[in-house]
Ligand binder design. Structure first.
Ligand SMILES: O=P(O)(O)OP(=O)(O)OP(=O)(O)OC[C@H]1O[C@@H](n2cnc3c(O)ncnc32)[C@H](O)[C@@H]1O
Ligand SMILES: [Mg+2]
Length: 177
C-alpha cells in the first residue's frame, strides 16, 4: 500500500512518515503540492475538512492502488474565542473517504483579531513570536503549549485516528463515515 500526502509542509510530511511507517514499515510515501480548493485560511470545521478531503482526492489513485492523504489547518469560533482546528482525510483507491479531527486550543485575542482582518495564521504566528516558518515545525499549537504538543504531534494524532479507522475498514469493511 502506497501513500501520497497532498502537501510539502514539513510538519505534515514528518507526521505522516512517523505514523505511516509505524504501521506499514514498507510503505512508499510521496509528498506533492496539492491545492485545498478552499481559502488559504480556512474558517470553520466545514471549510477545513473540505480542504483536507480535496487535497486527498487530488493525490489518491485507483490505478496505482495509492491512498491519498490530506491534512488541513484552520480556525473556528466557539464561545466567543477563536480555536485552531485541524482535519485530516484519507481517500482510498475505491474512493472511500475516511476523516478525523484534531485537538483544539484557543488563540490569544491579538492573534484572533489579525485573522478576523483577513491575515493567515502562519505569518501572524511568525510575527507574534518574531520567528520564521513556525507552521513547518512547532506551529501555533507548539508555541502556545510551551512545546508540549507541536504541530507535528497534532497531525500525528490525526494520522493515528485515520490509520486506525483504515485498519477497522480493512477488517470489517465499514466505518463511521
Ligand atoms: O503547504 P500547506 O500544506 O498549505 O501548509 P500550511 O502551513 O499552509 O497549512 P494549511 O494550509 O493547512 O493551514 C492554513 C493556514 O493556517 C496556518 N496554520 C494552520 N495551523 C497552524 C499552526 O499550528 N501554526 C501556524 N500556522 C498554522 C497555515 O500557515 C496557513 O496560513
Ligand atoms: Mg496552506
Amino acid at each position: 500500500m502506497d501513500f501520497i500526502i497532498g502537501s510539502t509542509n514539513q510538519a505534515k510530511v514528518q507526521a505522516t512518515k512517523n505514523v505511516i511507517w509505524h504501521y506499514f514499515p514498507n510503505a512508499k510515501i510521496t509528498a506533492v503540492e496539492a491545492s485545498s480548493g478552499v481559502d488559504a485560511q480556512p474558517f470553520g470545521d466545514e471549510e477545513t475538512i473540505t480542504g483536507a478531503i480535496n487535497r486527498a482526492r487530488q493525490v489518491y489513485s485507483n490505478e496505482q492502488n495509492v491512498i491519498g492523504i490530506g491534512l488541513e489547518g484552520g480556525v473556528r469560533l466557539l464561545g466567543g474565542a477563536m480555536y485552531i482546528c485541524n482535519w485530516g482525510a484519507l481517500v482510498l483507491p475505491n474512493e472511500h473517504v475516511i476523516t478525523a479531527g484534531g485537538a483544539q486550543i484557543p488563540l490569544p485575542s491579538e492573534v484572533a483579531n489579525e485573522i478576523h482582518q483577513g491575515k493567515e495564521l502562519g505569518p501572524v504566528i511568525d510575527s507574534y513570536f518574531r520567528a520564521k516558518g513556525l507552521r513547518q515545525k512547532e506551529g501555533a499549537m507548539g508555541m502556545f503549549t510551551a512545546g508540549a504538543v507541536t504541530r507535528i504531534d497534532l497531525f500525528a494524532h490525526i494520522l493515528h485516528l485515520l490509520i486506525g479507522q483504515l485498519q477497522y475498514h480493512f477488517e470489517n469493511g465499514t466505518d463511521g463515515n
